[in-house]
Design a binder for this molecule. Sequence first.
Ligand SMILES: *Cc1c(COP(=O)(O)O)cnc(C)c1O
Length: 387
Amino acid sequence: MIDTKILDEQYISHTYSRFPVEIIEGKGSFMYDVEGKEYIDLGSGIAVNIFGACDPLWVEAVASQLGKLQHTSNLYYTQPCTQLAKLLCEKTGAKKVFFGNSGAEANECAIKIARKYAKEKKGEDTYKIITLKNSFHGRTITTLAATGQDVFHNDFLPLTDGFIYAEANNIESVKNLVKSNKVAAIMFECVLGEGGVLTLEDDFAKGLYSLAKEEDILLICDEVQTGNGRCGEMYAYMHYGIQPDIVTTAKGLGGGLPIGACMMFDKTENVLKYGDHGSTFGGNPATCAGAISVVSRIDDKLLAEVKAKSDYIFKSLSGAKGVKSVSGMGLMIGIETEKDASLVINECMSNGVLVLKAKTKVRLLPPLNIPMELLERAIEVIKKACE
Ligand SMILES: *Cc1c(COP(=O)(O)O)cnc(C)c1O
């Protein structure tokens, strides 16, 4: 640990403030540090390891593909990305998929589609995209512009032009922007993750959908964090009975390897043409083989388990001593604590439970298949830490 910490400080750009823990191994919902200490992991590497660490079926799928071919270019056909795209389309009704390597890239792709669609349908001057205040859409200059939080913007101006921000759960604020601007798309998360695990209300989500439909504005749902079973449905928008025109996802999709996907529905499937977009690693066979093993196991049984675990967490923590409120959906949960969230997080860590932060809240993103008995143990630790 000492060596790694010193080397990290010397050689790694100081963009992360890390906890004083060096993780060297994981198994299922457990993580182990270099001193041999065991942790129950309620962070999943920020919603990535949805079947925990080194899930055997995922390891087997990736390893077996690695033994055949680790990469080729997108100049040739390969089976894993094709199969994964088919699976995603079958599970969502999407018509086409573009693969990149991260959430930010999935969103970049969506933004390019929205700009091109609007330009072709409504003319050059229609390019504005409405996003929500406190949203998070990525770290590139364009997805930072989409991110409705000034703290991320200030040192990097000017950002990409054309993003305007509405209040989450305030449909009038969206309508006002639509009235006074030429709007190409509305982009939103169903649960604002980095923004403090704030869930969109049913009326608001339905309101976005009808507004977008009436005005032929594209609806882009950013499911980078909420997707792939995390919120108790395959994708969180499915809770609302709405249909986005584009859905982006990443994080949990690859089960631990980098991948991003931009899914296009009826209106958007043919917007991108040859040469409009690309990615060297996008659709990588090993990554996609792992993703197939993940996505094919997100079924009704797993989703029912996610909902049951979610109910358990809400019941255990709501009204517990030191807990002001519990928010979120499925296994994406925010806990507003009386104590400073960082104190709670550190106390949990000393007691062998890894949890995350979102704004001023403690955030939980456990592996979807965490055994109930481990979850119960971890929640007891959290409750004690909140007292
Ligand atoms: C994490 C996240 C992103 C960015 O994903 P990266 O893979 O880090 O580029 C975008 N949108 C949401 C909602 C996220 O949670």
